[in-house]
Design a protein around this ligand. Structure first.
Ligand SMILES: [Zn+2]
Ligand SMILES: [Zn+2]
Length: 440
């Protein structure tokens, strides 16, 4: 297996081969075909990210041990931490939802920050041990599931919902969550994963500094001069495979069985196996769950005089009636519109690929990126229910319980996120690349 130097890459979103020029400090290079940011120059990336990760780790501890908010009503006090909310959810018999909330609010951010910190310390000495790459891969896997900013919005909505019933006092934990959002965002902006991969021992035992890359004239068969971008050439045309974890471009001996990435050890795939079947399966499951998610109550309120059950829609109406129409609109968009729009958009992206459509490719890749970006925000209502339930426990005066709808609702969010992750956007462009070959 032969590997290419890191300034020759295949675009992860459209597979176009390109040569990355030397970038000015702070500059970035985008794919000319699909607009994906292929590379960016981040000065002092590792040192800056390390400083931010240390700060994030401290703030993360504060956010988890200090109360998020307190409540006082008719002479009684209550307060909750993030894990307190999770615990209440568990005690109410919603164990699966509790585990999911714990994963998105505590576990995923902790793994992300902790592993990043370890990786950044490990690569200070080069060559860095191979396990640093394994930890980096796990940190990046956890990142989309760390929903600190969605949780923050959920806490704010919960505060508004409760404000009518009792006096609510924001706690130190809430400010720490705000700080954590800023720090995690700054970490992702300043971090350059390629810089880490350049310093790590290869899976096949090579020292990163001694790896013999192909010479320029060997890179692209039939083209002797390749300091210029190869133009219209894609990886699949030349039998080159991009590692989706570390970004290394290799030419495996057998394209049908490309084996493992020589640098990070990830199993290589020219295109994701069974992508269409798997994405359809996740999408159909999400559509089925969407029905009970909207029909079943997500929250039940009990007082001595009345008992009331709220679905997502009636919760939106209630928020609107209480005068906070901006929040009602946010919850409506995040909980009702986005899941439906995501399912429709992914179905369209799948069908257009199955029909090998070559129309609107730029629009389709933008739609795909939008679906990936907004997906997590639908988790909003799950967090709202978690924190309202955790705070409003004033038996026998009033109590709130999660409803069966919450589990189905959370399932819709998780299934559509997994469907978006399993989709391979390179297929949008393949239909044009391979038309001639497939017609033979
Ligand atoms: Zn591209
Ligand atoms: Zn790799």
């Amino acid at each position: 297996m032969t590997s290419f130097p890191q300034n020759i890459v295949a675009c992860p979103d459209c597979d176009l081969l390109q040569h990355i020029p030397a970038l000015p400090s702070g500059g970035k290079a985008s794919c000319p075909r699909c607009g994906h940011t292929i590379a960016s120059s981040k000065p002092d990336s590792l040192d800056r990210t390390l400083a931010l990760a240390v700060a994030a780790a401290i703030v993360l501890i504060i956010a988890n041990v200090m109360p998020l908010m307190g409540l006082s009503a008719v002479g009684r006090q209550a307060s909750t931490t993030i894990l307190g909310g999770v615990l209440k959810m568990w005690q109410n018999g919603h164990q699966i939802t509790a585990v999911l909330v714990a994963f998105c609010t505590v576990l995923a951010p902790t793994v992300y920050i902790g592993f990043m910190l370890t990786v950044l310390l490990a690569v200070r000495r080069t060559p860095a041990p191979f396990w640093a790459g394994t930890l980096l891969r796990m940190a990046e896997f956890n990142q989309p599931w760390a929903m600190v900013e969605v949780m923050m919005l959920g806490i704010l909505v919960a505060l508004i919902k409760i404000a009518d019933l009792a006096t609510v006092i924001p706690g130190i934990g809430m400010f720490a969550v705000g700080g954590l959002i800023v720090l995690i965002a700054a970490m992702t902006v300043s971090f350059d994963s390629q810089e880490v991969w350049r310093r790590i021992w290869w899976a096949d035992g090579k020292d990163p500094q001694s790896v013999a890359f192909l010479k320029p004239e060997e890179r692209v068969e039939g083209r002797t001069e390749s300091s210029e971008p190869p133009g219209d050439l894609t990886g699949i045309k030349l039998g080159l495979v991009l590692c989706e974890v570390c970004g290394l471009l290799t030419r495996p001996a057998d394209l049908a069985e490309p084996g493992h990435c020589p640098r990070c050890g990830q199993e290589l795939e020219l295109r994701r196996h069974n992508m269409i079947q798997r994405t359809w399966a996740l999408l159909i499951a999400a559509t089925i769950c969407y029905i009970p998610a909207n029909l079943l109550p997500v929250m039940g309120t009990t007082t001595p005089t009345y008992a009331e059950k709220d679905t997502i829609m009636s919760g939106v109406v209630l928020l609107y009636a209480h005068g906070s129409w901006p929040l009602a609109l946010i919850v409506f968009i995040a909980s009702v519109m986005i899941p439906m729009a995501k399912i429709a958009a992914l179905a369209y992206l799948l069908i257009s690929v199955q029909f090998r459509s070559i129309r609107n490719r730029e629009e389709r890749i933008r739609l795909y990126r939008l679906v990936e970006f907004v997906g997590r925000w639908s988790m909003l209502d799950v967090f709202v229910v978690t924190f309202v339930v955790a705070l409003v426990q004033l038996q026998p005066l009033m109590s709130v319980e999660p409803g069966a709808g919450v589990l189905f609702f959370a399932a819709v969010v998780v299934l559509t996120m997994l469907a978006a992750e399993s989709y391979d956007p390179r297929l949008i462009w393949d239909s044009s690349n391979n038309k001639e070959e497939k017609n033979d």
